[in-house]
Design a protein around this ligand. Structure first.
Ligand code: NCN
Ligand code: DMD
Length: 348
């Protein structure tokens, strides 16, 4: 399995540029460290872009949509038909991520990997149907080995397209009713955590729904306890969109494209990516801490300090989109602020 494309190591960021960017931060007209996380962000971008004049102009957002067999267990506050309906809403411009992408001047790429309520050919939607939905992982593996590979490759293909468009930043988003159950089960398996610790409300379950969801995740973990490696766990417990994100993150990192990770489901996909290829971690920046209960634990496992906590829990790349202006501002400050010497300001 070691020759699989996703195992190919990613380059390290440029440590010489990182050193130069760090030194520049110390020369700009401000007390050292006073711009806090914005300083780290600028240095992070510089080291990945290989230049001390970093900038995030072209932003690429791929939203991957897919349905989940486990939705049949009654684990979402919303009906499964919403996944396909939202695919259309992404393309026609009414979804939150469509508004945010317009505001940012970002490219929004919508990928339908398989929805039970199939909107068919919709202008602006890339159709990459694998199946109408995954299998219910309480009874079977969510994906066949071929479906898993196809989904990971679909994600990698979108990262390649982003690179072809000279994207400075890759953002992945997801849409899939039931996918917090899938992401939670996968996170429990990868982190050896109990459902009690990670199960959250998703789209807004009440306490009875949460109890049912905990039971579903426990049954899935028991059913797939023999799956030990991350790829097999992703196949058994993941979803088409989660696997696509995993593939997209690794492929973006392999092509030296910085990645901004969104919320709970995308962070679990990032965890799977890092378990498959640890060198991808250096290319991932985490946008926000979602209100979904398990997110903080998964971020901790990745030693990730997210930029924002706005109590968002929407998904569809919205949290990452909201953080883009911070990256842009951090880079502009780094490029354009005067040094003490240039401005004739006395140092400490
Ligand atoms: O990104 C998050 O942190 C997040 C947290 C909770 C829910 N969501 C979104 O809600 C959907 C999944 O919720 P659920 O309850 O159907 O499992 C899916 O379309 C996600 O994009 C997203
Ligand atoms: C309406 C709706 C929009 C979403 N966007 C991402 N997940 C979602 C879930 C629902 C239910």
């Amino acid at each position: 399995m070691n020759e699989a494309w996703w195992c190919r190591p990613c380059d390290a960021p440029d440590i010489d540029v990182e050193r130069i960017a760090l030194a520049r931060q110390g020369m700009l007209t401000k007390p050292p460290g006073s711009l806090g996380a914005l300083e780290d962000l600028a240095v992070w971008c510089a080291a990945r872009q290989g230049t001390d004049r970093p900038g995030i102009e072209r932003v690429w957002i791929s939203v991957f949509a897919a349905d989940h067999g486990v939705a049949a267990e009654g684990v979402s506050a919303f009906p499964q038909a919403v996944t396909g309906e939202m695919v259309r809403n992404f393309a026609t411009g009414g979804a939150a991520i469509a508004v945010l992408a317009r505001q940012l001047g970002a490219r929004l790429d919508v990928v339908n990997l398989g929805t039970v309520n199939d909107p068919g050919e919709v202008p602006g939607v890339h159709r990459a149907t694998i199946a109408p939905a995954t299998a219910n992982f309480c009874d079977a593996a969510a994906m066949t080995p071929v479906q898993l590979r196809t989904a990971m490759q679909a994600g990698a293909d979108r990262a390649a397209l982003a690179l072809d468009h000279d994207a400075d930043l890759f953002i992945g988003g997801e849409m899939g009713i039931g996918n917090t159950t899938s992401a939670t089960a996968l996170a429990c398996a990868l982190l050896d955590e109990s459902p009690d610790a990670l199960v959250g409300a998703g789209t807004g379950l009440d306490s009875a729904g949460m109890a049912r969801k905990r039971d579903v995740v426990q049954r899935a973990l028991d059913r797939h306890a023999d799956a030990r490696d991350p790829l097999e766990r992703l196949r058994r417990l993941g979803g088409f969109e989660i696997a696509a994100l995993t593939g997209a993150y690794i492929a973006a990192a392999q092509s030296r494209m910085p990645v901004l990770v969104d919320g709970f489901i995308t962070t679990v996909a990032a965890l799977a990516a890092v378990r498959l290829n640890a060198s991808a971690r250096e290319w991932l920046c985490f946008a926000h801490r979602s209100n979904e209960r398990g997110h903080a634990r998964v971020l901790d496992a990745l030693q990730a300090q997210p930029l924002l906590d706005l109590r968002m829990r929407l998904g569809e790349a919205s949290g990452a989109a909201v953080a883009v202006p911070l990256l842009r501002l951090a880079c502009a400050l780094h490029r354009e602020m005067a040094t003490f010497e240039q401005a004739g300001v006395t140092r400490a």
